[in-house]
Write a protein that binds this ligand. Structure first.
Ligand SMILES: C[S@@+](CC[C@H](N)C(=O)[O-])C[C@H]1O[C@@H](n2cnc3c(N)ncnc32)[C@H](O)[C@@H]1O
Length: 526
């Protein structure tokens, strides 16, 4: 390793940020059709940008595994899993939020924050990030959409773990777009009303989300500062990703204020990133620690620190829980303060993917490369690693597959692949072939390496049964594990069927369909 080269490259990290930002802002990923390629000349014309600069931007992006430049035609690019992800507004929003001007300026103030321990927004031209967002409509929209994306993924689990049954009214302090509060109201028809109390002008960003969907009539908004203004009086308070933006003294002040309003049977639910988990992650998420300090002056807290802070506010923690890490982010802690307690759930940390007590988890054998939304077959990953970087796998659903097989353009080989060297693929029977492309994953073997022996026995799992290795009710649920759903666990599972299974499981797990009894499941294993 040449230290000069390494340090030179590392110190250009800002370039990667800006490249990602430009790609997202121009929405380049949606200008290249899936499965197709496009030249930078065509792209420059469509995007009305300079050809030469675009060419080098795209070449640099390939170094980040975003787009792939065809070897045979310079300046022509096709998709990679990451560029495919960037076709999705959600992912572009996250990039634009992280690389927005207030974030960049906050990072410029690293040295000053290092000296003072405080976020230095004032010298950067705004009082706080909220002040900045209030005055920048577009940035505010992006911020709110990103927060809502996170909440949309985490919300249902959070709501499920928090018991609102004893309450009639609820305030979401710093509720942003209001998605979580909507979810709480939707799942708790007994609640009289919920107030989204947020410092940000709710006129634009906040109501955007809730007016576009059917706003619950019980949903109200109130603009206010939780530190200086009067807080509404309700039975229960929610604070999600809010208190981590403040130093201990401010958190104590806010909690004290809420505590004064809290009735004897009231509760405060605090949802924050799980500090202990963050510490184990070297790169991306530990940036987040610093990012939070620089942008907001706040900090992620350990369980111990939470206990101290809550105690100083004159409140008592009933329970700290770790909920499953469903959005590839560190596990959240739920803290219930005040006289009444929280429901319990097992720590996902103890058992990573599959908790000892089964939470509601759907296992699919369909690998979603690049999106990490489901469990990926380990063997496929091993093989993927052997592919040259020119051959980044991508997902495609093709109508022409059967025709290509008939025309012998695709050769079906029934032996497992053991090795890939350049264009040569070796099979388990010792034969090898020269190939142009590999079509993976049109046939699956079923493996459950993440489930323990005892559970597999309970499932009557038979790995040699290639048609249906586990016999399940509606091919999705087993009587011994009614809280775990299996999707596509039978031969020839096609997307429409998978879609139906997922929808059905979602209904069952969300209890929109009456929960199944063990007897029902056992009776009808088909
Ligand atoms: C990180 S966002 C979280 C939003 C939402 N709870 C969620 O998880 O999607 C923090 C929210 O706190 C609000 N906020 C910041 N300071 C506040 C204060 N002093 N009083 C009330 N709300 C505040 C911001 O406007 C923003 O909507």
């Amino acid at each position: 390793m040449d230290p000069l080269k390494t340090l030179f490259n590392l110190s250009g990290g800002y370039a990667d940020t800006q490249i990602l930002m430009a790609i997202s802002q121009l929405d380049i990923a949606n200008h290249i059709a899936l499965g197709n390629s496009k030249s930078y000349l065509e792209l420059a014309k469509e995007l009305s940008v300079n050809e030469e600069v675009l060419l080098y931007l795209l070449k640099n992006a390939t170094g980040l595994e975003i787009f792939h430049e065809l070897e045979e035609s310079e300046g022509v690019f096709r998709h990679t899993p990451l560029s495919i992800a960037l076709r999705d507004q959600e992912y572009r929003d996250f990039i634009m939020m992280k690389a927005s001007i207030y974030s960049l300026r906050s990072w410029e103030s690293l040295f000053s924050t290092l000296k003072s321990g405080n976020s230095d927004n004032k010298t950067l031209g705004f009082n706080s990030i909220w002040d900045f967002l209030n005055n920048n409509k577009e940035e505010n929209e992006i911020f709110n959409r990103s927060m809502t994306t996170l909440t949309r993924r985490l919300g249902p689990t959070i709501v499920e773990k928090s018991n609102f049954m004893n309450f009639e009214t609820v305030t979401d302090i710093g509720g942003g777009h209001g998605f979580l509060l909507q979810e709480v109201l939707r799942k708790n028809p007994h609640l009289k009303y919920g107030i989204n109390f947020d410092i940000k002008n709710s006129g634009d960003g906040n109501t955007n989300e809730v007016t576009s969907t059917n706003v619950d009539k019980r949903y109200k908004t109130m603009v206010g500062n939780a530190i200086t203004d009067e807080i509404p009086e309700t039975d229960c308070y929610i604070l999600k990703h809010v208190l981590h933006m403040f130093k201990d003294d401010v958190v104590i002040k806010i909690l004290k204020k809420i505590g004064e309003k809290l009735k004897s049977n009231g509760s405060i639910f605090v949802y924050e990133l799980y500090d202990e988990e963050l510490k184990n992650q070297k790169s991306a998420m530990s940036h987040f620690y610093l990012h939070l300090m620089l942008v907001t002056g706040g900090v992620e807290r350990s369980n111990k620190r939470w206990r101290e802070v809550v105690q100083k506010a004159g409140l008592q923690i009933k329970e700290i829980e770790h909920i499953p890490n469903s959005v590839e982010m560190p596990v959240l802690a739920i803290i219930g303060c005040g006289p009444s307690g929280l429901v319990s759930c097992k720590s996902a940390l103890e058992s990573r993917l599959i908790p000892k007590v089964f939470e509601r988890i759907v296992i699919s054998v369909i690998p979603m490369i690049g999106q990490q939304r489901c469990v990926v077959n380990n063997k496929l990953i091993d093989l993927q690693k052997q592919l040259s970087s020119d051959n980044t796998p991508f997902i495609i659903i093709s109508r022409n597959y059967a025709d290509c097989v008939l025309a012998e353009k695709i050769h079906v080989v029934q032996h497992p692949i053991t090795e890939i060297q350049g264009k040569t693929v070796w099979f388990a029977n010792g034969e090898s072939r020269e190939i142009d492309h590999i079509v993976f994953a049109n046939v699956y073997t079923y493996e459950l390496p993440y489930l323990c022996e005892e559970v597999l026995r309970g499932l009557e799992y038979n790995p040699n049964d290639k048609l249906m290795p586990i016999v399940l009710h509606k091919s999705t649920i087993h009587p011994t594990l009614p809280n775990i759903g299996f999707v596509s666990w039978f031969s020839s599972a096609m997307f429409p069927i998978i879609e139906l299974q997922v929808s059905w499981l979602a209904l069952v797990f969300s209890e929109d369909l009456a929960p199944l009894t063990k007897e029902q499941i056992a009776e009808d294993k088909t």
